[in-house]
Design a protein around this ligand. Structure first.
Ligand code: MN
Length: 496
């Protein structure tokens, strides 16, 4: 469903006509070699496309205009091999609508001490050429990522890769459509927000559909399709005899499969990239979608419960950014705490809808009553989630801006069996510690719903926030409450 190799970043080198044919020929050769080097780098998940050197206001304007309208171009990498007087960049940068990475590199890694002469100096000027470029971008208050180092260094490639993944997530949001079945869970504040402003800022739209529209599609699914999907369940998950054909709970699995197929068809036919539902509005549905939401998330759809369209969209963006990396990206909720002073933990889960892509081992398909919603017992996948570095992220609507809040965490494998808890679950320790992490989150107004990632880092999300114009707050190993509270106060002034 998500293929980053169809996406492109354009490698654009700035120069000027002052240097003459010979030098500009060298500039072009070197730029092509660097662009090809980046394109061939294992880490970088998208195509890097070489573009001819730009040397004038008109050429710069034309290439940026082209980048803006190129469907698969997700961003540009700019580099000034020589000096490129930056007033030439004003017109182009003023219309730039794609993410910008400023690669502050140099063709040669080392100074050739014994042979360096004025011709070499004339050609290799990025140390000052890139400062001229940096000035105009700063003067124009344009967000961008600055990456410094030789273009073959692994850490430079990793930073470019991180930015490219963020740009892919941002690109995916542009024109994306998310469905909200019904409205928000009644009276809940943090999951609500300004959908009009979100569409203006983020490029995706959220529209509501009556649950009856979905029920009509679900009811139209054939028994042949349902039986084929149940066969897939049986091949993929551990299932009790009671759930198999002829078993007393088989009908619950049958209904769950019907719901999954109906939801999937609704999303695919409508060109939607994710959805939200609410247990308060399930008229005509036999169960709350449990396994359906879990499996659709694992397929790449964004999802969050209770009408939480912001988290659903964020989960989708995470899936695009993390595509092809080891580990999963999922809808999550801080559910309950273990306040053991020697081993404080958060148990994360949801009523049913924990993304199947997080499963450490083969999940168990189970059917149990749900103490909320008043529907038939829903089918869900139950599993544990692996330990390791991870993070939680939340987008909140602060009224005059959206805030992206993240908390880096260390996930830990469950030490205890949870025989009476029939939902998938994750355990983690927030950084820098339980008390600081939770207090910081609450001071920052973070939601109980999050997008949980096993493979994205704070750097991915910082880059993403810059592209989206989001306020970015990180709670990590070095967070101090006093500093964080001041950061929040200062940001309030910045965004006034
Ligand atoms: Mn919830």
């Amino acid at each position: 469903m998500i293929d980053l190799k169809t996406l492109e970043v354009w490698f654009i080198t700035g120069s000027q006509n002052l240097y003459g044919e010979e030098t500009l020929k060298k500039v072009a050769e070197h730029s092509l070699e660097i662009a090809n080097g980046l394109n061939g780098a294992q880490q970088i998940p998208v195509k890097v496309v070489y573009k001819p050197t730009v040397k004038s206001t008109e050429e710069i304007y034309a290439i940026i205009q082209a980048a803006n309208t190129a469907e698969n171009c997700i961003g540009i990498i700019a580099w000034m091999h020589t000096f490129s007087p930056a007033k030439m960049w004003i017109r182009g940068l003023s219309i730039l609508q794609k993410p910008l990475l400023h690669l502050h590199t140099q063709y040669n890694r080392d100074i050739p001490w014994s042979s360096i002469d004025m011709d070499f100096m004339n050609l290799n000027q990025s140390a000052h050429g890139d400062r001229e470029f940096g000035f105009i971008v700063s003067r124009m208050r344009k967000n961008r990522k600055v990456v410094v180092g030789h273009w073959q260094d692994t850490d430079v490639l990793a930073q470019i890769s991180t930015w490219a993944r963020a740009a892919a997530g941002w690109h995916d949001w542009q024109g994306a459509k998310f469905v909200r079945f019904g409205d928000n869970m009644r009276f809940v504040a943090v999951t609500d927000g300004d959908k009009v402003e979100a569409e203006l800022k983020f490029g995706f739209s959220v529209n509501t559909y009556g649950i009856g529209d979905l029920v009509a599609v679900i009811n139209g699914i054939s028994s042949t399709e349902i039986e084929a999907l149940i066969n897939e369940y049986e091949a993929s998950y551990t299932m009790d005899a009671a759930l198999l054909k002829g078993g007393e709970k088989h009908q619950s699995v049958y209904e769950a499969a019907r719901i999954e197929l109906g939801l999937s068809k609704f999303l695919v036919d409508g060109g939607f990239k994710g959805f939200s539902d609410t247990f308060e509005d399930l008229h005509g549905m036999v169960q709350l979608p449990g396994i359906a939401a879990q499996r659709l998330m694992a397929d790449g759809f964004g999802f969050a419960g209770e009408g939480d369209w912001k988290t659903a969209a964020l989960v989708r963006a995470f899936k695009v950014m993390g595509s092809g990396l080891k580990g999963g990206n999922a809808f999550m909720e801080d559910y309950t705490y273990h306040f053991d002073p020697n081993n404080a933990l958060v148990l994360g889960s949801h009523m049913l809808e924990v993304d199947a892509s997080l499963a450490k081992d083969k999940p168990a398909l189970e059917v149990h009553p749900l103490g909320i919603g008043g529907k038939a017992d829903p089918a869900r996948l139950v599993f544990n989630v692996a330990g390791g570095e991870a993070l939680n992220a939340s987008i909140v609507d602060m009224g005059n801006r959206f805030r992206l809040l993240i908390n880096e965490v260390e996930a830990v494998e469950p030490q205890n069996d949870l025989p009476n808890l029939p939902v998938a679950r994750v355990l983690w320790k927030p950084y820098p510690d339980m008390k600081t992490g939770c207090a910081a989150w609450i001071y920052a107004g973070g939601a109980h719903h999050t997008a949980y990632s096993q493979n994205l880092t704070a750097e991915h999300l910082q880059d993403f926030a810059d592209m989206a114009g989001l306020e970015f707050i990180r709670i990590g190993k070095d967070t101090k409450i006093d500093q964080l509270r001041n950061e929040l106060r200062w940001n309030d002034i910045y965004y006034k």
